[in-house]
Design a protein around this ligand. Structure first.
Ligand SMILES: *[C@@H]1O[C@H](CO)[C@@H](O)[C@H](O)[C@H]1NC(C)=O
Ligand SMILES: *[C@@H]1O[C@H](CO)[C@@H](O)[C@H](O)[C@H]1NC(C)=O
Ligand SMILES: *[C@@H]1O[C@H](CO)[C@@H](O)[C@H](O)[C@H]1NC(C)=O
Ligand SMILES: *[C@@H]1O[C@H](CO)[C@@H](O)[C@H](O)[C@H]1NC(C)=O
Length: 344
């Protein structure tokens, strides 16, 4: 009982100072950087008011300034007007303002006036709270985040950018944070992604980020015959690029008059390894040639057996069409060899 009385007394005291009433706040909207005036006047000339800002901070006690920020001023056009003027409004100024009458005569029925100051702020993407470029392994789950300030709460749109083309992927409305989720990302999802924050105020803000999906190498093989010369080719798909070597029967091939290894970067994730063999001469040139490519995610081996047999060996099924070509070419090579031997 006593507790209730104390509570009630406290409430009355508090409401005397802060003017806590059931008044519905009056909406005041202003663009950041502009000025605004919250109008308040007393019924009785000679009464004064207290002005309270967001979080109950007392700004003015009658004509006495309690806030050091000189963007806040009292604007007293008439003897009973106590307008609060805010110049160069900032985002942090948003919130509830109260004009609480200080009555000399208790009978007076002046009530507090409440304002809800809404500060309109163009969107701005906060880099420290947003994703940077992502380097991820294929199959990973990864999420891109864009965090934007602004009022009203911005909408955030996600686009994939390829050259001048932008494809809308996803959009979220009225949120500070927008995210784009990749579930078990694939190499095709590599690319440049862009988030746009907009809320109808000022300029849109955007941020782009690279998603680089990395994976272990894979190899497909091919053989080209040019007379007595043979060109072995391994098409490597990998990201990032790494090391590559050629071996023959397990021995690393070094460049000499017979072997010329060469690398062509087709794209940043496609490399063609070429081994040029000068003048195939017979059994010493036969054997298993392997191209080996390795990056931090693993390695791949492409085998080419010389001369190529018609039976398919494990791992070659994928390239059976090419193998047939190889087989024909090699028959050609061998015929040429025998022909040249015959000429001696
Ligand atoms: C990725 O998320 C899926 C569900 O979306 C889950 O089944 C899978 O285990 C996750 N993979 C990894 C590598 O975390
Ligand atoms: C802001 O972005 C939205 C969504 O992408 C777009 O509809 C609007 O035209 C853009 N506004 C400006 C000023 O660029
Ligand atoms: C191919 O790319 C790799 C890695 O980017 C680089 O080290 C190498 O020099 C490039 N080779 C050629 C022939 O451009
Ligand atoms: C290539 O040859 C090596 C060594 O003989 C073997 O371990 C590997 O499995 C072969 N790879 C393919 C794809 O045939």
């Amino acid at each position: 009982m006593l507790f209730r009385v104390i509570l009630l007394t406290l409430c009355i005291l508090v409401s005397c100072i802060t003017g806590q009433t059931t008044t519905i706040p009056q909406r005041v909207q202003v663009r950041v950087g502009l000025d605004t005036v919250l109008q308040c006047s007393t019924k009785n000339t000679g009464d004064s008011v207290n002005w309270l800002g967001p979080n109950g901070v007392v700004l003015f006690f009658g004509s006495r300034r309690l806030i050091s920020d000189d963007r806040f001023t009292l604007n007293q056009k008439y003897r009973n007007s106590w307008d609060l003027q805010i110049t160069n409004v900032k985002a942090v100024d948003a919130g509830l303002y109260k004009c609480v009458p200080k009555q000399r005569e208790p009978a007076s029925d002046d009530v507090a006036k409440v304002f809800n100051l809404e500060v309109y702020v163009p969107p701005r993407i906060i880099p420290s709270k947003s994703s940077k470029d992502q380097f991820v392994q294929e199959g990973d789950n990864t999420t891109l985040i864009c965090f934007a300030s602004g009022f009203p709460h911005p909408n955030i749109a996600w686009h994939k950018v390829s050259g001048k083309e932008e494809k809308l992927l996803y959009e979220i409305y009225g949120q500070h944070q927008g995210q784009f989720v990749f579930s078990e990302i694939t190499r095709d999802e590599s690319g440049v992604y862009k988030c746009t924050a907009y809320n109808g105020e000022g300029m849109n803000d955007t941020r782009t980020m690279l998603v680089d999906v990395q994976y272990a190498p894979t190899i497909s093989t091919n053989v080209q015959v040019k007379g007595l010369d043979v060109q072995l080719e391994c098409m490597v798909e990998w990201n990032p690029q790494g090391e590559n070597i050629w071996t023959k029967d397990g021995e690393v091939i070094v460049q000499n008059w017979k072997y010329e290894p060469k690398i062509i970067n087709d794209t940043s994730s496609q490399t063609t390894m070429i081994l040029f063999i000068n003048q195939i001469e017979g059994p010493t040139d036969f054997g298993q040639y392997s191209c080996i490519a390795r990056n931090k995610y693993g390695n791949a081996i492409g085998n080419i057996t010389m001369p190529v047999s018609t039976e398919s060996s494990p791992g070659k099924g994928k390239n059976s069409a090419k193998e047939n070509g190889v087989c024909k070419s090699l028959t050609l090579v061998l015929m040429t060899i025998f022909l040249s031997v015959y000429e001696f």
